[in-house]
Write a protein that binds this ligand. Structure first.
Ligand SMILES: C[C@@](CO)(OP(=O)(O)O)[C@H](O)COP(=O)(O)OP(=O)(O)OC[C@H]1O[C@@H](n2ccc(N)nc2=O)[C@H](O)[C@@H]1O
Ligand SMILES: Nc1ncnc2c1ncn2[C@@H]1O[C@H](COP(=O)(O)OP(=O)(O)O)[C@@H](O)[C@H]1O
Length: 254
């Protein structure tokens, strides 16, 4: 009972509006095939829910624990996790803009749905996923590439070739909330409907061929202003994922 929990990158990320203290985005999310954690359900005699793995957060703030809390009311779930521990082999760096925590939560939802025979559809799982975090629905659908809008709850599969992606994660822990705050205060702009529609139709390789790092990600400039050390990692053909700190390169782009 194990499953890969992939990282993602944002090929582009543009802000389209504000929603209360949040921001609505227009983004292309792509799974990184070469970077994943592995989640296993292993037999255990602990008689209580537990997660084994290397995390910087405590149990209460672990996204997998949040996912468990949302599923435990379903018949059989609590019983199952009295005799199984969740083991997570972490490879995806945290605070990296690669969605590791969100991916783990989604993989846990998918595995629990399967092994506890909950028979929930992807759409039903997605309703649970949004309660955990903005990026979780993308990972629930298991698409290689998708257009993601709203705060992350609208996920539409995008049909394109599988991308061969390299990532670099500087040892800088980017605070997503702080970067959005600086974006709102000093860099605020909204993508127009026309421009958004154009990007949402373009293949990822075309987008990366045509845009530079600043144009592709509205959070890049605010991130650099909060963490100037990030600038050292800015190189030709490399792009910025989410609110950082990871940079990525797509080898399919010629
Ligand atoms: C920017 C993105 C793009 O993929 O990626 P990451 O850099 O985290 O991977 C995500 O949407 C990030 O989502 P997530 O990491 O779940 O953010 P949260 O913990 O929910 O939000 C932290 C804080 O960031 C701000 N926030 C977050 C998402 C959003 N669409 N608008 C916001 O303004 C809010 O102030 C919020 O309190
Ligand atoms: N299962 C998990 N894996 C990684 N980080 C987690 C997990 N659960 C909670 N977190 C917390 O989520 C935050 C980072 O989220 P993560 O998804 O790894 O990165 P990012 O949001 O930068 O893409 C950190 O505060 C981290 O401690």
């Amino acid at each position: 009972m194990n499953k890969k929990s992939y990282a993602k990158v944002n090929v582009f990320l543009k802000i389209s509006d504000k929603r209360d203290s949040y921001h609505e985005l227009v983004s292309r999310f792509v799974r990184v095939h070469s970077l994943y954690d592995t989640i296993s359900f292993v037999k255990s005699s602990r008689k209580a829910f537990d997660i084994i793995g290397d995390f910087s957060c405590n149990m209460e703030s672990n996204t997998v624990y949040k996912a468990y809390n949302l599923l435990k009311e379903f018949a059989g779930v609590e019983e199952f996790f009295k005799s199984h521990s969740v083991e997570i082999e972490k490879n995806i760096p945290e605070f990296a803009g690669l969605g590791g925590g969100s991916s783990n939560a989604a993989t846990f939802l998918i595995m629990t749905n399967k092994y506890c025979n909950l028979n929930l559809s992807k759409d039903e799982l997605c309703k649970i996923a949004v309660k955990i975090g903005a990026d979780v629905p993308f990972f629930v659908y298991e698409y290689d590439s998708a257009n993601v809008t709203g705060i992350g709850e609208i996920v539409e599969r995008f049909d394109e070739e599988i991308l061969n992606i390299d990532t670099i994660t500087p040892n800088i822990k980017c605070n997503t909330g702080e970067i959005f705050k600086v974006f709102r205060e000093n860099f605020y702009k909204q993508i127009s409907k026309n421009e958004a529609e154009k990007l949402l139709k373009m293949k990822s390789v075309e987008i990366l061929y045509n845009l530079n790092i600043k144009e592709a990600n509205d959070l890049y400039e605010p991130a650099i202003s909060v963490y100037p050390e990030l600038k050292e990692y800015t190189k030709k053909d490399w792009f910025f994922s989410g609110s950082g700190s990871s940079f990525f390169k797509v080898n399919n782009v010629k």
